[in-house]
Structure formats: C-alpha cells, structure tokens
Design a binder for this molecule. Structure first.
Ligand code: SF4
Length: 292
C-alpha cells in the first residue's frame, strides 16, 4: 500500500440531525482510503469517488492545524467520531500518527470522542483516551465474527477478532466505555444463530457494554464488483447466492432476519448489554435498553 500526502480544506464535519447509530455530533477522517481492505467495504462505492482504494492511502497532512483551528470555534459540545470512511488505526497511523495527535488536540479542547476501529492499535493512545475520558471516551470495535480464519478472508488487512477482543478487555479495565459494532452481518456467511450468539457472548465476556447491530449488508455500484470478485476467490458459490437472492438491490438483508434479531436482543438483554449508545451528554434513564 502506498501513502500519498495531500492538503485538504476542511477536516471537521458536522453530522446532520440526530445520529441514532453512533451518537456523533462531528466526525473527521484523517486518512482517505483504508489498509484494512475489507472485501465488503462500502467506501469502494463509486459515489465516494475514491480512486485506487486498493492501492493507496491519502494522508491529510495539514489535518492537525485545521483541527486546532476548528475546535475552539465549535460552540456546541458533541461527540467527535473517528472512523466513518476509514479506520483511524491502520498501519499508516504508525507512520504518521495523525489519530493520536488529533486526540491530543481534542483532549486540550475538552471534547468527547467515539472511535470505531478494527484494530488493537488503539491501545497506543490509551493514556490520551483516559484523559479524554474525564469528559467522555468511547471505543467501538467492529466485530461480526469471532472466527479469526473467516475474518482473515473478509478483512485481510485488519487485526484478528481475538486481538480486537483483547483490546476491548484492556480498555474496559481502564474504565473506558467500549462495545462492538456488529455490522455488516453478511448474508450466507455470518447470518447464523451460532455466529450471532458467539459474537454477543465474546463481546460480553471481554467488557463490552453495548453492541450495535445491522443484519445484512448494503452493496453499491463499484463496491459490488470488487466484493463479488473476492467472494469468487474465497467463498466459491456464494456470489451466485447473492445474485439469486438480491439481484442489483442496494440492501441485502440477512436470512432469517426476524429470528436473528430476536435472538440477538434476547441474548443482549440476558447478558446486560445495551444495543444502542447513549447520546452526549448522557441521560441513561431516558434511553431504551433495546429497540423492542
Ligand atoms: S476497516 Fe472499515 S473503512 Fe477500512 S476497509 Fe474495513 S470496512 Fe472499509
């Protein structure tokens, strides 16, 4: 993977309306492109116009000065999300350290954060996250299977689920709110009761406080072609099942969605896991325990 340094005009975006999924008020992407190279990645969609997604990562080298300038002018406190269009903790972070340095700026300006990642590299920033946690730090790990072998084929550049769970446990032990983002649950590959239960149980056993689910995958033009080629390469016969079941649909729901959904919510309730995150500032008493 090649790194190309670029200059950008803005870095901190305001999330429109209420973000019911992740509770974000702002988000930022310090890199463009992602070395984790998940075969289902939505960012390959033609609408995002990211060329060479499979070959290069663009590094926003002026991002920190833009952030330093933008934060004091934000009047509304709100959670800053890291990791919507790329993972903030890929190997590029070991070279450039933009995520860690951005967190230091965020800490100085007393904003809360929600990091979404597939990497245990987040632990390198544990001390700064603890400092941010005097306001609010939340770390979600993307986790749709606990089968390291399956994950290696689906998310070839990302650390294994075992490593993510290990990092989750460490963050929880340090008092940082952590949980899982269980999406996308891929039809024909991950949409079984056994898989859903194993993710829920593993997350609960490693200190998760919540799991945010999505039972299915969305497939856009541009993303579909790559995804199907990888299905052919690693999961013979599965592409044909997608084509038969979904045609050119954007939304590809999990099989037995109702059954899986109920099983998921029952298991979460039993294990004391929330299925949503609290907005900021928190008021747990007004929050539902689950979507039912
Ligand atoms: S970690 Fe996220 S952004 Fe990166 S390739 Fe995977 S799905 Fe895409």
């Amino acid at each position: 993977m090649e790194y190309r340094e670029i200059q950008v005009k803005g870095i901190l975006n305001t999330v429109p309306g209420e973000d019911e999924w992740f509770g974000l008020k702002y988000n930022l992407n310090l890199y463009r492109g992602c070395e984790h190279q998940c075969i289902y990645c939505d960012t390959r969609g033609a609408c995002y116009q990211i060329e060479n997604f499979n070959k290069e990562v663009l590094v926003k080298v002026n991002a920190l000065e833009l952030l330093e300038d933008a934060l004091p002018r934000k009047r509304k406190a709100g959670i800053i999300g890291f990791g919507s269009m790329n993972d903030p903790y890929t190997p590029a972070e070991l070279v450039y350290g933009l995520t860690g340095k951005a967190l230091e700026i965020v800490a100085r300006h007393h904003f809360p954060v929600h990091i979404i990642t597939k990497s245990d590299l987040v632990l390198k920033d544990l001390e700064i996250l603890k400092e941010i946690n005097t306001v609010k730090a939340r770390v979600s790990f993307s986790l749709t299977t606990v089968d390291d072998g399956l994950a290696a084929r689906l998310e070839p550049g990302a650390p294994s689920p075992s490593r993510r769970l290990g990092a989750m446990e460490k963050l929880a032990a340090e008092g940082i709110e952590t949980g899982a983002v269980m999406m996308p649950v891929l039809p024909f590959l991950e949409d079984t009761p056994e898989n859903i239960l194993s993710v829920v149980e593993a997350a609960a056993a490693h200190g998760a406080e919540y799991i945010i689910p999505a039972f299915g995958v969305s497939v856009r033009e541009g993303q579909r072609e790559y995804f199907y080629r990888q299905l052919d390469a690693h999961f013979p016969g599965i592409r044909q099942q997608y084509e038969q079941a979904f045609g050119w649909q954007y939304q590809c729901p999990a099989r037995n969605q109702e059954e899986l959904t109920r099983l998921f919510y029952d298991a979460c309730q039993k294990l004391g896991l929330r299925t949503r995150v609290y907005p900021y500032p928190e008021n747990p008493e007004t929050q539902q325990l689950s979507l039912f």
